[in-house]
Ligand binder design. Structure first.
Ligand SMILES: Nc1ncnc2c1ncn2[C@@H]1O[C@H](COP(=O)(O)OP(=O)(O)OP(=O)(O)O)[C@@H](O)[C@H]1O
Length: 229
């Protein structure tokens, strides 16, 4: 019997006023799999991601995570999702390590919090900045801190909106490695990006949006080669 999808969007659309930002879309995402959304500015990627992580309500359709309906109100279901988006959130008076420790404990970590933080600091190349205040980090290091923040918490799904932003090419390679390890560990990944290199490195499936419509959908090599229009 086929394994049920972890995340299932059925007939999901989003309209703002008269404007249809996202036409009805079906999308299934399984554990250990990565779907990457590509598309020009304004094509609907972030809209889809916000709905997929329960931060916005679709105009039509349903979202299910692990078989349960995902709604803006249902914290129990949403807590299984780690999100990296536009918002930069940290306590400015806590050090990088203290911030990560707080996030870990807030998500239920006990004695293992120190180990989780130490691992995320190394994985995100922040170990030399553990005692720095977040405000003193470079923009790329700040992006790494946002990623580290989702690695110290339990997660079945990561929803990442342009996780490569502010990262230099070497750091983008590092990011691809971290995301590959996440998949290996069983996490499902839904990512919006403008970097086809990242899509080629981590995606199992690439979906291209144009003005809210899916215009290509398939395996990365075929979609990125332009075989699927
Ligand atoms: N809160 C909102 N109110 C009104 N319109 C919105 C809102 N959010 C998004 N839109 C519109 O929906 C469309 C899709 O936007 P969205 O942010 O999803 O695109 P995107 O593909 O993520 O773009 P980018 O690559 O620039 O991040 C755009 O036309 C945008 O103006």
């Amino acid at each position: 019997m086929a394994t049920p999808a972890l995340l299932e969007l059925s007939g999901v659309s989003r309209t703002y006023g008269e404007r249809e930002a996202l036409a009805p879309i079906d999308l299934k995402l399984h554990a250990r799999r990565c779907v990457v959304l590509l598309g020009a500015n304004g094509s609907g990627k972030s809209t889809l991601l916000r709905i997929a992580c329960g931060r916005d309500t679709p105009t039509s359709g349903t979202v299910r995570l692990g078989g349960s309906a995902l709604t803006e109100e249902d914290v129990r279901v949403r807590t299984q999702i780690g999100v990296v988006g536009d918002q930069v959130g940290y306590y400015p008076d806590l050090t990088v390590a203290e911030h990560l420790h707080l996030v870990a404990v807030a998500h239920g970590a006990g004695d293992e919090a120190d180990e989780l933080v130490a691992g995320a600091l190394v994985d995100c190349r922040l170990d030399e900045h553990a005692d720095a205040l977040p405000g003193s980090l470079s923009s790329g290091q700040t992006q790494a801190l946002l990623l580290a923040s989702v690695l110290v918490r339990p997660r079945r799904l990561l929803v990442l909106d342009e996780p490569e932003q502010r990262l230099d090419p070497a750091a983008r390679d590092w990011l691809a490695g971290v995301l590959a390890a996440e998949k290996q560990a069983g996490t499902a990944l839904l990512i919006a990006t403008h970097h086809t290199d990242l899509a080629a490195a981590v995606a199992d499936r690439v979906v291209v949006l144009r003005e809210g419509e899916v215009v290509a959908d398939g395996k990365p090599d075929r979609v990125l080669a332009g075989d699927i229009a």
